[in-house]
Write a protein that binds this ligand. Structure first.
Ligand SMILES: C[S@@+](CC[C@H](N)C(=O)[O-])C[C@H]1O[C@@H](n2cnc3c(N)ncnc32)[C@H](O)[C@@H]1O
Length: 259
């Protein structure tokens, strides 16, 4: 797998952090004393949590040393910890377990979500956001398939299946509602205004495309692959009169409150 690159990821910091703002705004906890940010990345989601609850003790967990290095340089008031969300266990129950745009990288959400929910203390909450399958995903997968069908790239993705880890809202509700006092769920489709189709390629380069790029041996191959992908994406994301493109992105939000 290509390592996470915080610089590439943060090229779209404002757009990528919007969902954290929207999720944090809707969490109905007045003053959580302890918060954990699972899959904190370069610390952008953690910053949103710190701004809303400056008095809370915040722990932020990520498996990427590179992401954590960037995160550490942004805030010394957070406990940054390298670890795997799948096995992370707190010493004591946490008031708010939060995760933005990270759980989709882990499989078996039925087990995973039950596990992270089990770390929430009485009166606390679990709040997470994950990219959801939708039209945008289908279009993007179609463009990728078209590139992989071009001469030279046929074998690149053999055996690779994009992770389909995210459950339906009903799936999350059924997991959490038996032990939650209340569950709030919603999907939002963001329409990111990007400077052009090259920016769409740059966006996916920092996230969804990483597993494919990891299979390309050299920089030249990667550049050619990305250029082919841009040609396919240009057929989907047509420029508006000002030259910009609208990049739709569906995101699924869940907040569960423990009585
Ligand atoms: C898309 S970034 C999200 C960063 C940030 N939370 C945000 O809101 O933009 C996903 C992060 O999840 C982390 N991640 C992926 N799988 C993980 C795992 N199993 N354990 C811990 N972190 C993981 C990656 O290292 C990456 O930093």
């Amino acid at each position: 797998m290509v390592a996470w690159d915080s610089v590439q990821y943060l090229r779209f910091e404002r757009e990528r952090t919007q969902a954290s703002h929207d999720l944090v705004r809707r969490i109905a906890l007045a003053a959580p004393r302890t918060i954990v940010d699972l899959g904190c990345g370069p610390g952008n989601s953690t910053r949103v949590l710190r701004e809303r609850w400056p008095a809370a003790r915040v722990l932020a967990v990520d498996s990427s040393a590179e992401m954590l290095e960037t995160a550490r340089s942004t805030d010394t008031g957070v406990d940054w910890e390298q670890g795997d969300i799948a096995s992370w266990t707190p010493a004591a129950p946490v008031d708010l377990v939060f995760s933005n745009a990270a759980l989709q990288w882990l499989p078996h959400h039925d087990h995973l979500v039950r596990n992270v929910w089990s770390h929430v203390g009485s009166g606390g909450a679990l709040a997470f956001q994950v990219p959801a399958p939708g039209l945008q995903r289908e279009r993007w997968a179609g463009a990728l398939r078209a590139v992989l069908g071009r001469p030279g790239w046929e074998g690149i993705a053999s055996g690779y299946r994009p992770p389909e880890n995210v459950l339906s809202s009903e799936g999350y509700y059924d997991l959490l509602s038996p032990t939650a006092g209340r569950v709030d769920l919603w999907d939002t489709e963001y329409l990111h205004v990007l400077p052009g189709v090259t920016a769409v390629v740059e966006w996916v380069k920092g996230t969804a495309l990483r597993p494919i790029l990891a299979r390309l041996p050299g920089d030249g191959d990667r550049r050619r692959f990305l250029s082919d992908l841009e040609e396919e994406l240009a057929l989907i994301y047509l420029p508006r009169p000002d030259g910009r493109v609208l990049f739709p992105f569906l995101r699924r939000f869940v907040i569960a409150y423990r009585p």
